[in-house]
Design a protein around this ligand. Structure first.
Ligand code: PLP
Length: 282
């Protein structure tokens, strides 16, 4: 399919980047993944704002204006076959002799591609998914949406090896997030999530879920959540661009929830799922 690289559009298989690109050598870059529904990007402005914040944090100048980002992404989206897509973009610091320091005046490498969306299956939505847990062994800058993803890759593979969809991570006994999603619990009808910190990527769905909770009259609260609270929660959910909102019904082989709802997706999930489906097409 058509992709974008440094101002040009071409077939994915034809586009090439220098072996001296700092993205290749150091993972020195920032990325975004945006959901596209009916060829429209959902929450484009929020993703652009996060991109700008992240580039600023690692001192890469934003190479395109918001209008140029939109124009380039439109062309990539229009050329793809699927109506619903995941739009991926990354900005690396650029091509330079290999040296750790940030040489001045580098030209960032800009890449964008799209893939068909892989929506949750009806089975995943109706039965929920399995997760495992691990100590959060990643670095102390989980707030950065960087292409340096080895910690996340290793964490995700642990769950894949167990036939689970995600690895929920705890740091000093407190929930941070999962390898490529944020984690939420429902307790007494309220939605609870980890506070924003340098250990958690601030997913765009933080704000989406806050708004949907407000609409639905569900209390929304960010506070430190212990491992014990997560394991004892009424409901556990994941959120991300690709997962939207997904119910977790097994953690380390134990069923989530209580009574008749044990091991089943719960009512808070059901309401937020429906609200999300409405919002994404609005
Ligand atoms: N946490 C991590 C580590 C992620 O990679 C992601 C990306 O999907 C998220 C959380 C969720 O963020 P978003 O809702 O912006 O997709």
């Amino acid at each position: 399919s058509l992709c974008y690289l440094n101002g040009e559009f071409g077939a994915l298989r034809d586009m090439k980047v220098s072996v001296l690109d700092r993205g290749f050598l150091f993972g020195d870059g920032i990325y975004e993944v945006m959901p596209v529904y009916g060829r429209r990007i959902f929450r484009f402005d929020d993703h652009m704002a996060r991109l700008a914040r992240n580039l600023g944090k690692i001192r890469i100048p934003n190479p395109l204006s918001s209008a140029d980002w939109l124009a380039a992404s439109r062309r990539v989206i229009e050329a793809a076959a699927a109506e619903d897509q995941l739009l991926y973009l990354q900005v690396t610091r650029g091509v330079a002799p290999r040296e750790h320091t940030m040489l001045p005046d580098l030209t960032p490498t800009v890449f964008m591609m799209t893939t068909p969306t892989r929506a949750a299956t009806p089975e995943q939505r109706h039965q929920g998914v399995a997760c495992i847990t691990a100590r959060d062994f990643r670095w102390e800058r989980g707030d950065l949406k960087t292409t340096s993803l080895l910690g996340n890759v290793l964490a995700r593979q642990m769950s894949a090896d167990h036939g689970a969809v995600e690895t929920i991570l705890f740091r000093n006994g407190m929930l941070t997030e999962a390898s490529s999603s944020n984690v939420w619990i429902a307790s007494e009808g309220a939605l609870l999530g980890s506070p924003k910190s340098e250990h958690v990527l601030e997913g765009i769905r933080y704000e989406v879920l806050r708004e949907l909770c407000e609409e639905e009259g569900i209390a929304y609260n960010l506070r430190p959540l212990s491992e014990a609270e997560v394991r004892a929660a009424d409901e556990v959910m994941l959120s991300s661009t690709s997962k939207e909102i997904l119910p977790v019904t097994r953690i380390d082989g134990e069923l989530v929830g209580h009574g008749a709802m044990r091991g089943k997706p719960g009512p808070v999930y059901a309401r937020l799922y429906e609200a999300y489906q409405r919002a994404k097409r609005a």
